[in-house]
Ligand binder design. Sequence first.
Ligand code: PMP
Length: 325
Amino acid sequence: MLTTARDTLALIGNTPLVRLKGPSEETGCDIFGKCEFANPGASVKDRAALFIVEDAEARGQLKPGGTIVEGTAGNTGIGLALVANAKGYRTIIVMPDTQSREKMDTLRALGAELVTVPAAPYSSQYHFVHTSRRIAEETPGAIWANQFDNIANRKAHIAGTAEEIWAQMDGRVDGFTCAVGTGGTFAGVGMGLKAKDEKVTIALSDPFGAALYSYYACGELKAEGSSVAEGIGQGRITANLEGAPVDTQFRIPDQEGLDWVARLLDEEGLCLGLSSGINVAGAVRLARELGPGKRIATILCDTGFRYLSTLYNPEWLADKGLQRG
Ligand code: PMP
């Protein structure tokens, strides 16, 4: 059904679900991707941005003319900036300088004040999250969005993404998987689907360089290897992850995710980022575990147009030791 949105913010969420032909044929399952690139900021993070801002308004923390400050790999910043523009707030975004140029250019185009910092471990005071908290504390009338530990983030996925997937799959969902950045999507969709049906299998698809695979497999936060995927890869249990239902877990090499990114583009015309490829690789692994005939959902987190200078640039890939398809 064609709809007319009341305003830009009403375009957030209610994204289409697409059956992924290659992954489905390969496994004998029906594997569906939630098209989060169809949000107005072209990523899943628009949902969290809207919920975080409206939660801060409802609590009286964010007042007219106020400022929103956040540390982000980029997509949350883009979501916050568009929500802020639509509502009349200012945004200050702190980003590690390792993220794609396209995200930085998009943030500047949206009018966000961009602060880039060198990549640093979370334990360092210079880590982008801590830098953003400091800027928020020093800026009059500012709130710190704090997407990692602000559970308004996962509420967006319990109330939105999970409900939508359940309805779009006619209440027949055998499994769900995705990777974790803040954990808002993974925990929120997992909790929402489990509330509908306890039997839905929830699987974590962790990239290398993250510590959650080992945490859920054997109780120890331990990272191994590294990944070039942007927006995912977590080393701690964020507030959003607390209490997340996890039935099984996979650790997905970048190349396996990249192979799916290339296949989805070449065979189905879907241009996606690497976190989406890792999610689809995880969905294929989950399908193989659950067996033929099952119905599995995953998240297509953002558009590949955001990575033309990296993921879709053969020289950049070669430099990272990866190859396209
Ligand atoms: N993929 C991309 C490209 C992202 O930017 C993010 C957000 N950091 C995620 C996946 C993970 O989403 P979440 O923060 O909900 O775990």
